[in-house]
Design a protein around this ligand. Structure first.
Ligand SMILES: [Zn+2]
Length: 283
């Protein structure tokens, strides 16, 4: 009697795969901290090695261990004692958690790799966008490109063509919305956007989850966007008052900047909500 291949192959427990993905996510999160700091400042991600942003001293290996170093040094540089941003451990822990959850959601299949890359991309874009500099399109573009290669290869391997096709549709929709928003807002003609580059990987992410999860994700994102805009309108009496140098009438550039800043956080929040809601419905 011939034994089916599936029963011969030793099955790796899903918990073990997810645990391994979490550890890998921790180290990739550490690399993403370099990306998040250097790419918007047009610095190389490969050299020099990691340094303290205050005293510019190169870090030893033991100051560079993800999560553990920040905790052991209590969030301060070993030499200059200046605080090291909590963004570093948040990124590492956030990326590790995302990798673990994504691997569980995709049952440790080959497609989990693609979704881990998308999660890392979205997290990087969101962390840059809540900071002082907006995320350049290159972060979303390179991340989504790598995820696309893993998605097509993983989808073909697992014969999950609906995921591959859905992700392309979602990617196309996200990119079109991004380009339209860039066109209608003159402040967005620069390579940066106000948290909008996240639309590209988010479209790919939601599209691959299928129509129901994608619809729920978009609906969740719209609800969070609407609620945060209403909340900001209620708590900010006038966003442009006092910004003009002379006559009190804001210039077009000032209004554009103000509207951009006004929309940045809600857009980041809405993207995050869409991704989370989509994943929960898919699960
Ligand atoms: Zn220092």
């Amino acid at each position: 009697m011939i034994t089916p291949l599936a029963t011969v192959r030793p099955e790796v427990p899903l918990g073990l795969t997810a645990g391994l993905a979490t550890v890998i996510g921790l180290f990739i999160g550490s690399f993403l901290n370099v990306v998040v700091y250097r790419v918007p400042r047009h610095l190389s991600v490969s050299s020099p090695r990691s340094f303290c942003p205050t005293c510019r001293r190169q870090l030893s290996w033991w100051e560079n261990v993800p999560l553990a170093s920040w905790l052991a040094l209590r969030g301060r540089c070993h030499v200059c004692k200046q605080p090291i941003s909590a963004r570093y451990p948040i990124m590492e822990a956030g990326n590790a958690t995302a990798f673990g959850l994504v691997t569980l959601a995709w049952h440790g299949s080959a497609l989990a790799v693609a979704y881990c890359v998308l999660a890392a991309t979205l997290l990087s874009v969101v962390i840059i966008d809540v900071g002082p500099i907006r995320s350049p399109l290159s972060v979303a573009g390179v991340g989504t490109g790598i995820a696309e290669v893993a998605l097509v290869a993983g989808g073909a391997w697992a014969h999950r063509w609906s995921v591959v096709v859905g992700a392309q549709v979602g990617l196309a929709v996200g990119s079109v919305v991004f380009l339209v928003l860039r066109r209608i807002d003159p402040e967005c003609l620069r390579p940066e956007g106000y948290g909008r580059t996240a639309l590209v990987p988010a479209g790919c992410w939601l599209g691959g989850l299928g129509a129901v999860a994608a619809g729920a994700g978009v609906a969740g994102g719209v609800v969070v966007l609407g609620a945060s805009l209403l909340l900001r309108r209620a708590t900010t009496p006038s966003t442009t008052a006092g910004t003009s140098a002379g006559g009190g009438v804001p210039t077009a550039a000032e209004m554009g900047r103000s509207a951009g800043g006004f929309l940045r956080l809600p857009l980041v929040a809405a993207t995050t909500a869409a991704v989370v809601v989509g994943l929960v419905v898919f699960w």
